[in-house]
Design a protein around this ligand. Structure first.
Ligand code: SF4
Length: 195
């Protein structure tokens, strides 16, 4: 979720110098991309960072969780978005996700993590979390649908899990949540979740 200590930054700088990485980019998904490095250094870098050649099958988990600094670090924050994002990253779902799922957790209504246009969006409000599902910010943008409001942390994570398991059970392979929701609709989703 993009949080770096001074030690992390020093280690990253040392690694970049050691492997001739000219520039690093913080990606939209709050990952770090090393750009422009000599390809012959790649194997050694993978080893040093303990990144296996083949990543294990983890499609039953969410990999793109963005969270803002939230109540822990931002004066406007009313919800602890970093902690909530961390809990969502730990979820083990019932099966492989139909397609990639991006999560944006914003600690207040200013919505710095663009929660309305993420597959799963969470926004902290005075009475708790608002949960949004089926947003997309790519070539065919879509504002997500509000699934529930005023959720405490535990209930928000549990409902995210339910939404994603429902999506797993009902969406065709390679269907993004935005297209799924266009066809399925918020009423059917709510019936499936709460009915
Ligand atoms: S969404 Fe709110 S709490 Fe999060 S970084 Fe933006 S202003 Fe701060």
């Amino acid at each position: 979720m993009g949080m770096l200590t001074p030690d992390d930054m020093e280690n990253i700088a040392a690694i970049c110098r050691k492997y001739d990485v000219p520039v690093a980019k913080v990606t939209g998904a709050q990952r770090l991309a090393f750009l422009g490095m000599p390809t012959e250094q790649l194997e050694a870098l993978r080893k040093e960072l303990n990144i296996p050649d083949k990543l294990p099958h983890t499609r039953n988990r969410v990999h793109y969780v963005q969270a803002c600094p939230g109540s822990e670090w931002c004066k406007y924050g009313t919800g602890n978005s970093l902690a909530l994002g961390g809990e969502i990253e730990k979820l083990e779902l019932d099966g492989p996700l139909p397609y990639k799922v991006k999560v944006g957790v914003s600690g207040c209504r200013m919505c710095c993590c663009e929660s309305w246009i993420r597959d799963v969006g969470l926004i902290s409000q005075n009475k708790g979390w608002k949960l949004i599902f089926g947003g997309n910010g790519a070539g065919r943008p879509r504002i997500g649908d509000v699934v529930a409001e005023d959720l405490n942390d535990e209930d928000a994570v549990a409902l995210v899990e339910k939404c994603l398991n429902f999506y797993i059970r009902n969406a065709k392979f390679k269907t993004r949540s935005a297209r799924f929701m266009e066809r399925f609709g918020i009423d059917e989703l709510k019936k499936g979740l709460f009915g």
